[in-house]
Ligand binder design. Structure first.
Ligand SMILES: [Zn+2]
Ligand SMILES: [Zn+2]
Length: 306
């Protein structure tokens, strides 16, 4: 290969990597994503691990490692020679990751799988990762901002965006998603959202998807991961079709509008917030509704300079 070809080849790789990295930044490419996601919402296997600490070897620890890696807490360089037993071993790296997770969620950083930590892991959540490069935790007299952006702070270069719904999106949930767009439009001072003439031509493509749907972020059936969305300017937002969705607060159901507001935040460029009151907090309970908090609005305004 001559020098010119080599450099063209390298440019192509760099171009491909930069195209792939941003849209996929909220989704980790893990072959065993289903396994990792199955931890969330799987009270049984988690309960068995409660109290685990460094040095322990217990079934399910491997799943915990995948879960923490998926959401950005563990950089586990997989040893190809590791046996299954070693995978279920609570090692030094896992202890560091558990502490990092505990710090993020404002729990005691014990490094032990104590009850508050197990309860947080069991919460239904968004599939996008928590740990990102650009994190804001500045304090001022009046506010503590805990919003974040995606790596590189990607954003939309225009404020007029269109959205459309995939062919299997249930029509009764269109109204709550419309409402969710209205919430962001009302506070942004920048965005207006309108229905696209066609789904294919929409800037923001919203669909119901099941299990592995070809974007590297397989859903896991009922519970666990509820939805995910891609950073600007990809525009895809996927809801897990296997969840119980509702319009408003209903016991055992997830409110479509609340989750839509969260995922639209990702579409616009916001990452997860550490503020539990923020809509951009990573998890949500069933049977509740949630809306925009001051932290969410500050985050969007900071990103778009308003
Ligand atoms: Zn999210
Ligand atoms: Zn998806």
């Amino acid at each position: 290969m001559n020098l010119l070809k080599a450099s063209q080849h390298l440019n192509l790789i760099v171009e491909m990597a930069s195209k792939l990295f941003l849209p996929f930044s909220c989704i980790l490419f893990l072959a065993s994503l289903l396994r990792a996601n199955s931890l969330s919402g799987n009270g049984g296997s988690l309960k068995a691990m409660q109290g685990c600490r460094k040095g322990d070897t217990v079934n399910g620890i491997g799943d915990l490692k995948l879960y923490l890696a998926h959401f950005g807490y563990l950089n586990y360089k997989k040893n190809p020679n590791a046996s299954d037993l070693e995978e279920n071993h609570f090692d030094e790296e896992l202890e560091v990751a558990v502490k990092s997770y505990q710090v993020y969620y404002h729990l005691n950083a014990t490094g032990i799988l104590d009850e508050p930590t197990v309860s947080q892991i069991a919460m239904p959540r968004c599939g996008c990762r928590d740990k990102v490069i650009h994190m804001h935790t500045h304090n001022s007299i009046h506010t503590v901002s805990r919003y974040s952006f995606f790596p590189g702070s990607p954003k939309w270069s225009r404020g007029q965006l269109t959205y459309g719904f995939g062919p299997t999106f249930p029509t009764r949930f269109i109204a709550p998603v419309d409402q969710a767009f209205g919430k962001w439009a009302a506070v942004s001072g920048y965005f207006t959202f309108s229905k696209a003439a066609s789904y294919q031509g929409a800037d923001l493509k919203i669909s119901f998807e099941r299990v592995d749907h070809g974007d590297g972020g397989a859903f896991n059936g009922s519970g666990g991961v509820l939805a995910h969305a891609f950073s600007p300017q990809d525009g895809r937002l996927h809801f897990d079709a296997d969840e119980n969705w509702s319009i408003g607060a209903m016991p055992g159901f997830f409110d479509m509008e609340s989750v839509a507001i969260h995922e639209i935040g990702h579409l616009l460029g916001l990452g997860h917030s550490q503020d539990r009151s923020a809509i951009m907090f990573s998890s949500i309970s069933s049977g509740v509704t949630k809306g925009l908090a001051a932290d969410d609005i500050q985050g969007l305004r900071a990103l778009y300079g308003r």
